[in-house]
Design a binder for this molecule. Structure first.
Ligand code: GDP
Ligand code: IMO
Ligand code: MG
Length: 420
């Protein structure tokens, strides 16, 4: 059986959580393959809102196992809080959750380093979520990291102290005040809980399940434009967010990858610093933010808003090998009598759909295509308003990928499948 993938095509927050939760019903295993608690995936089930940071979005489905893969970085403190909140909602998390021993640990000092490094950047801040993501991936690739499996070693505390002391000397580079004691207390209490969970050599776990014909869905975090290699560097996250990362983040071969479902909002948002060619720094942008409730699920920060960005989506489609597209937040566009799509970039005297090497150094303007809204007409499978059909046909033509689902509300059931 192939492993299908769901991931974001923009700068994150495309609605991955909602779509994974919906599709999870058809899968046996949902697996996160990268990122960490910088992610905030929102699910609205029976009128109740849940935000997941590290736990895959299949956790509400009784038939699903949820794997936190080796490519993920885990903060025990956040994870234990997430588990507690889910258990209070009656979800038997321990039965449904499996964690890769190879996943790297976020230490309290990684979070302090993240905050210290950001504050030293002044005006050129990345806008990090300050969850310790960058410093943890740095230690991973620098071959200094601690992993979930290390929690089971008798000398774990020795390894911890070594790394912590290294961090403490690094923090001295910055003029940064911090309080470690309470964070550490909470962290050590949390690792006691983590040790009791189902910790596995996940490569065997997942490949055995593939061999046994189980259906697996890989859940991305962040979005293509935040990819460490292909995003708007340096205003990116510290992991590869594209479909290639499914192989390294779960330990599977490329031959096992099946459908790649890319999610885009019907418009575009980004949170934090960095280039955003179709951004609307005006009343329209503010209107999108208010109607679309565009405030971060992890940090609560206002998201920057703009029209859908076709050149960036084209790029995301070929980088990921997208086979089907989901468009979320169609209901928000409905509030605009006329809405737009940025179909081309203009820079260095040319009009193109190609992204420049360095978007941070290139002044990019956009050309816009106008579309009419569909009034109060509901979007249903059997009755797609003509204006919706026109917009979707145009997008499919631009991106050369079929649009298979339209989402028109945060709730699980507000999704329409477009056949053929
Ligand atoms: P993720 O990080 O990709 O999972 O997305 P987030 O959860 O950070 O942000 C998406 C937000 O949009 C959440 O508040 C969702 O509940 C909400 N949402 C998802 N799909 C729709 C939709 O079709 N319409 C509306 N109005 N909200 C949606
Ligand atoms: P989900 O999975 C939106 C952004 C941050 C910042 C940059 C680097 O919910 O889509 P980091 O904490 O990774 O060092 O921050 O990346 N960012 C996200 N933006 N959605 C996310 O995740 C994000 N995760 C990180 O705002 O600009
Ligand atoms: Mg999010």
């Amino acid at each position: 059986m192939k492993v299908d993938v769901i991931l974001g095509l923009q700068w994150g927050d495309e609605g991955k959580g909602k779509i994974v939760d919906y599709l999870a019903e058809e899968y046996d295993i949902i697996a996160r393959f990268q990122g960490g608690p910088n992610a905030g995936h929102t699910l609205v089930i029976n009128g109740r809102k849940h935000v997941l940071h590290t736990i895959p979005s299949g956790i509400f489905r009784s038939g699903c196992l949820n794997l936190i893969g080796n490519g993920v970085v885990i903060d025990p403190t956040t994870l234990v809080k997430e588990i507690k909140a889910l258990k209070e909602d009656g979800i038997p998390v321990e039965e449904r959750l499996v964690i890769a021993k190879r996943a790297n640990l976020i230490l309290p000092t990684h979070k302090i380093l993240d905050a210290a490094s950001e504050s030293a950047k002044g005006n050129s801040k990345i806008g990090s979520t300050l969850k310790g993501i960058g410093p943890t991936y740095m230690d991973k690739t620098g071959r200094n990291g601690l992993r979930i499996g290390d929690l089971l070693d008798e000398d774990f505390i020795v390894k911890y102290e070594l790394l912590k002391n290294k961090h403490l000397s690094l923090i001295q580079i910055y003029q940064y005040d911090f309080e470690l004691e309470d964070m550490e207390k909470e962290w050590f209490a949390a690792i006691e809980e983590i040790r009791k969970l189902n910790l596995v050599e996940s490569t065997y776990f997942i490949n055995d399940h593939i061999k046994n014909g189980k259906k697996i869905l890989a859940e991305g975090a962040q979005g293509t434009m935040l990819d460490i290699d292909f995003g708007t560097y340096p205003f990116v996250t510290s992991s590869n967010t594209i479909s290639a990362a499914v192989c390294t983040g779960l330990g599977i071969s490329p031959k096992h990858i099946g459908e790649v479902i890319g999610i885009t909002k019907a418009y575009c948002t980004r949170v934090g610093g960095g280039p955003f060619p179709s951004e609307l720094n005006d009343e329209t942008g503010e209107k999108i933010r208010q109607i679309g409730h565009e405030f971060g699920a992890t940090t609560g920060r206002p998201r920057r808003c703009g029209w859908i960005d076709i050149p960036a989506l084209k790029y995301a489609c070929f980088l990921n090998g997208v086979t089907a597209i989901v468009i979320t937040k169609m209901d928000i566009l409905q509030q605009f009598e006329q809405f737009y799509a940025a179909d081309k970039y203009v820079y260095d005297g040319k009009t193109t759909t190609e992204l420049p090497f360095d978007m941070c150094k290139t002044a990019v303007a956009v050309t816009l295509q106008a579309f009419k809204n569909w009034g109060d007409n509901d979007i249903t499978k059997d009755n797609l308003p003509d204006e919706v059909k026109t917009f979707i046909a145009w997008l499919e033509n631009q991106l050369d990928v079929p649009v298979k689902w339209l989402s028109f509300g945060p709730e699980r059931e507000k999704l329409v499948f477009l056949e053929g």
